[in-house]
Design a protein around this ligand. Structure first.
Ligand code: MOS
Length: 744
């Protein structure tokens, strides 16, 4: 396979290494002489540490150090504008004082020769608290909503308040209206791979083998926390066993591993338990949203109000795009959105796959379904009648928008026409069945990225970039981009990712890696080609010697004079004759003018069929189809896998996932995979993803829009709408439970 690698359903280039155990994940980077650290978390929800008695524990077998706020080093915690979220400046200062801000906050750290010894000692450590009662439930009267500061900045994608026309007046006058409140549970990411860090100091230099979706940020963050130069911190993370956003930020366990390694004067490994994964590494915030829609009798929207509140911690304001989509998904003259935060005594949330959009679109798309019944109009037809010509929220055209094409394709593949619109009208023997549909949308982000390409004399091309691959197939798709640009077989491309000393990349999240890193690799390939061409043109032994730069061209990995049919020169020949590798580094970012002129988003339509047992209330998704307009598809096999994987996440969101906090102390009571339910194979059934042909010349040089997030958006509302169709019960709280369906 050579040129035109883009667009082919290549199998994962790292697939074999992964399934044979040849790749290494963070916890597998064992270092010689390493010790083990175990975190002791607060067992109260708020308060103050009054005593930590570590004397006895310090004498336990193998214990090297017991570190708490009294003996921990005072860390610099320099101001660091985290690239993840510039609004976050007050990150948890771990082991720096006696305050307990939330249940599970690290209050001590035990370091020992073996993991077993560290666990035993951690379990034996007695900590005494003066505890209060935390506010952890959004309905607690002591919880007071606040305006998210970062969402008041002009130009922010997330706006606390946004409006056009007079939405409240138009709602009051509307012929038909829907006004409903939706309540979505807190979720935890629960990737297979736990958070893990192996830390080793060599003098002032720190190496972290650490699970991270953003190694350059982890480097900058740890440097800021310890007050050392960024170039003295190296973060290495070649592979990630799933993350879904939980590894976008650098959480306290990373600093703790580094503190432990310094204190023990040995490399230290720190791996979180599954239970700890529910405490200090973020979560999808619980949200409560009101959506009110007003329409004319023939289904034209006249008013759209979307008010949403998401939980955050007391010490940081975490924001996400909860209400953003409502300003542009449909045509409507009167729109008002409002976004607020509810600070609670919990850890700070973090982006979780399709952050904001998945929750916000759930509310909007369920409300649209409710409106379709109020009007007696088919839900797809209702969306067709409100399809906008432009982004009415920003008052600019979409770079491309294929929502209606997605509905056409999806409806046809799904068999929407077979649906009897009446609720509770369709059955399969004794089971109620139902079909639901919802729109999906996610912004097409293209952030600044860079990449390095090195052409070697043996024909191998080394490509390096500090991006991560948490599982979508980044190694494969980026290899395809380089192979395509250089006209070489994919086997000749050797891509390396996940080191902070590689050229910087944006966070591996927000569906921006393909667009951002792919465009940077493309640019670096072009730069390498130009260098190679210049060398050949200046080389007397070359067949193209003396030709002008624009008089030669690359084709299938060979350089020829234009119009010349000779075999041409290969990269390796040019490198060999020059006697040294050709290395090029390049960057890519979105053109500011394009960004100003266009509204850029991917769109999709998701269809789900459920069956509901009328006696037991159990709900199963029988099948689902997502149709997406996401620009160019680099690898259809991986894209399908990415989308169906996101749909599985949507099943979890709709029917299973919910982190339950004990109101007395904020403890997550179901912090394990027996009680925190995620879909398993039996829950998943038949999922299909289809892509409409979409050429978008504006989004980025590759014409890609990204798929990671949109894959989850739309699935939960499609399921909830299908549950309504099956049962006649409108459930506005996620996850939908048996009792919701059984109750009269
Ligand atoms: Mo995803 S929440 O952007 O890792």
């Amino acid at each position: 396979m050579s040129a035109n690698a883009i667009g082919r359903p290549l199998v994962r280039v790292d697939g074999r290494a992964k399934v044979t155990g040849a790749v290494r994940y963070a916890a597998e980077f064992n270092q010689k002489g390493q010790a083990y650290a175990v975190i002791v978390g607060a067992t109260v929800g708020i308060g103050r540490i009054t005593e930590i008695d570590s004397t006895a524990v310090s004498r336990m077998p193998g214990v090297i150090a017991v570190i708490d706020h009294l003996n921990a080093p005072r860390l610099a915690y320099r101001e660091h504008r985290g690239a993840i979220d510039p609004s976050v400046g007050e990150r948890l200062h771990v082991l720096q004082d006696d305050q307990v801000r939330f249940y599970g906050q690290p209050v001590a750290l035990v370091v020992a020769d073996t993991l077993d010894q560290a666990e035993r000692a951690a379990a034996a450590l007695r900590v005494t608290y003066a505890a209060g009662r935390p506010v952890v439930d959004p309905s607690d009267p002591k919880a007071q909503a606040v305006i998210p500061q970062a969402a008041t900045r002009p130009g922010s994608r997330i706006q606390a308040d946004k409006s056009r026309g007079d939405a409240d007046g138009a709602l009051a006058r509307a012929a038909v209206k829907v006004d409903a409140t939706y309540d979505l549970a807190r979720e935890n990411h629960n990737p297979m791979e736990p958070h893990a860090t192996v830390a080793a100091w060599n003098g002032d230099r720190l190496t972290l083998w650490s699970k991270s979706q953003f190694v350059v940020n982890e480097q900058a963050e740890i440097a800021a926390i310890f007050g050392i130069a960024a170039e003295n911190v190296q973060v290495i993370c070649p592979f990630i066993g799933g993350a879904f956003g939980t590894s976008l930020r650098t959480w306290p366990h990373v600093s703790l591993a580094a503190i432990a390694a310094r204190q023990a004067a040995r490399p230290v490994k720190l791996v979180l338990t599954r239970k700890q994964m529910f405490l200090t590494t973020g979560h999808r915030p619980r949200s409560v949203q009101r959506v009110a829609l007003g329409a004319t009798a023939d289904g034209k929207l006249t008013s759209l109000i979307h008010e949403g509140t998401g939980e955050t911690s007391r010490y940081e304001q975490f924001i996400e795009a909860l209400t953003s989509v409502s300003s542009f998904l449909y045509s409507c003259p009167n729109v008002r959105t409002r976004y607020r935060l509810l600070p609670l005594d919990t850890g700070t949330p973090i982006y979780m796959r399709a952050p904001g959009e998945a929750s916000g679109v759930f509310a909007l798309e369920c409300a649209m379904d409710e409106l379709s019944y109020a009007l007696g109009i088919d839900p797809i037809e209702l969306r067709r009648r409100n399809e906008p010509q432009i982004d009415e929220g920003e008052n600019k055209p979409f770079s491309s928008r294929s929502l209606m094409k997605c509905y056409d394709l999806g409806a046809e593949r799904f068999g929407w026409s077979r649906r009897d619109p009446r609720p509770r009208s369709m059955r399969d023997r004794r089971l109620l069945t139902g079909m639901g549909v919802a729109s999906a949308s996610y912004p097409a982000i293209h952030s600044p990225s860079s990449a390095r390409v090195r052409l070697l004399a043996n024909g191998i091309v080394e490509v390096e970039v500090a991006a991560s691959d948490m599982g979508p197939g980044t190694y494969t798709s980026m290899t395809q981009v380089a192979a395509d640009m250089l006209g070489l077989p994919v086997e000749q491309i050797h891509l390396a990712l996940g080191r902070s000393d590689f050229p910087p990349a944006p966070p591996h999240g927000g569906s921006q890696t393909m667009a951002s890193v792919g465009s940077a690799i493309r640019a670096a390939c072009i730069a390498a080609q130009e260098q190679a061409a210049r060398r050949a043109l200046a080389d007397r032994r070359s067949a193209v010697f003396g030709a002008p730069l624009d008089g030669v061209q690359w084709n299938e990995g060979r350089l020829r004079r234009r119009g010349d049919a000779s075999p041409g020169e290969r990269y390796r020949d040019i490198v060999a004759s020059a006697g040294q590798p050709i290395e090029a580094r390049a960057s890519s970012q979105r053109d500011a003018e394009v960004a100003r002129r266009y509204s850029m988003h991917a769109f999709g339509a998701v269809f789900a069929e459920v069956e509901v047992d009328p006696d037991l209330g159990t709900i199963r998704v029988r099948r689902a189809i997502g149709a997406y307009g996401a620009g160019r598809i680099v690898n259809p096999r991986l894209a399908t896998s990415q989308c169906t994987g996101g749909m599985v996440g949507g099943i979890g969101m709709a029917l299973m996932e919910r982190t339950v906090l004990d109101p007395r102390d904020g403890r997550p009571v179901n912090a394990h995979l027996a009680d925190y339910l995620v879909p398993v194979n039996l829950d998943v059934a038949r999922l299909e993803a289809h892509f409409v042909d979409e050429q978008d010349p504006h989004v980025n040089p590759l014409g890609v829009k990204g798929l990671g997030e949109i894959a989850l958006v739309g699935m939960a509302p499609a399921i909830a709408n299908a549950v309504f169709h099956a049962t006649g019960k409108r459930v506005r709280r996620l996850p939908i439970r048996i009792e919701d369906v059984l109750s009269p």
